[in-house]
Design a protein around this ligand. Structure first.
Ligand code: SAM
Length: 259
């Protein structure tokens, strides 16, 4: 088969570094009968070693040419290919009657990483864990502590739902073509449902968006019409604080105080 030309619009930077590939698979640590889905298998850098350790693997891939290369390589009993956009994919459809939760893996296309993380957060209830290669800057925002400039809407919304660890830093030379940015691998583990204490998650999400709408401004301004001076006083939160200074727990408290 002819050589595949990497497509920029699909964020195609293929992993070529053996050590990094093996480190990712070790971090995922799949057991033979786990239910695993890989997002964006590409030319199979992770797919091959994952399949060596699994009875079966699901993949979601948008690029038809790549799907056409993958099909003849594996038997349909081992590999189920879902051709399409991971942003629209219903990950809960992969959970079968066995009660096994999903392991989600991927060297993600960086151009859609934020919307994809939000999409996946919606399936946290049926997920066991997720391991992703992302732009390092995005991983730093995911794991950021309050009070730092990396702490934003992405940090609050994803930390609400997941415990996250930055596992591995990966330089551009580990990919072909090399991306212009540094990368990192992050692990996300869903929090148990009883830890998710926002009474109305849509309201919580809307509050966090409003708070960070203009991050230089004081919360009093960003939350105008949502939380008044007496509301701030009752919660013991300074109206002059900036969005990045509040913790996830503070945002939950504010959201739960709104009617
Ligand atoms: N896993 C391979 C590797 O590590 O070498 C490829 C990683 S490459 C960074 C991203 C992969 O995601 C490509 O195969 C690309 O075609 C695929 N992709 C891009 N956008 C996608 C989308 N919206 N849904 C599903 N797959 C997508």
């Amino acid at each position: 088969m002819s050589m595949h030309i990497a497509r920029k619009r699909f964020g195609q930077n293929f992993l070529v570094d053996r050590q990094v590939i093996s480190d990712i698979v070790s971090a995922v640590a799949p057991k033979r009968d786990d239910c695993v889905v890989e997002i964006g298998p590409g030319l199979g850098a992770l797919t091959d070693p994952l399949l060596q350790r699994l009875d079966h693997l699901h993949v979601v891939e948008i690029d038809r040419d790549i799907v056409a290369r993958l099909r003849p390589r594996y038997s349909p009993q081992k590999l189920t290919i879902h051709e399409g956009d991971a942003l629209d994919f219903d990950f809960s459809s992969l959970v079968d009657g066995s009660g096994r939760k999903l392991h989600v893996v991927g060297n993600l296309p960086y151009n859609i990483s934020t919307p994809l993380l939000f999409h996946l957060a919606g399936f946290a209830g049926c997920v066991y864990d997720m391991h992703f290669m992302l732009q390092k800057e995005v991983v730093e925002r995911l794991v950021a502590e309050p009070g730092t400039s990396d702490f934003g809407r992405l940090s609050v919304m994803l930390q609400y739902r997941f415990v996250m660890d930055q596992l591995l830093d990966v330089p551009p030379e580990c990919f072909s073509p090399a991306p212009k940015v540094d990368s990192a691998v992050v692990r996300l583990i869903p929090r148990p449902p009883d830890e998710l204490s926002a009474r109305d998650e849509a309201r919580f999400a809307a509050l966090v968006s409003a708070a960070f709408a203009q991050r230089r401004k004081m919360l009093r301004n960003n939350l105008k019409g949502i939380l008044g001076d007496s509301g701030f006083a009752q919660l013991g939160i300074a109206p002059t604080a900036r969005a990045e200074e509040l913790s996830v727990a503070d945002y939950i408290r504010i959201a739960n105080s709104l009617h």
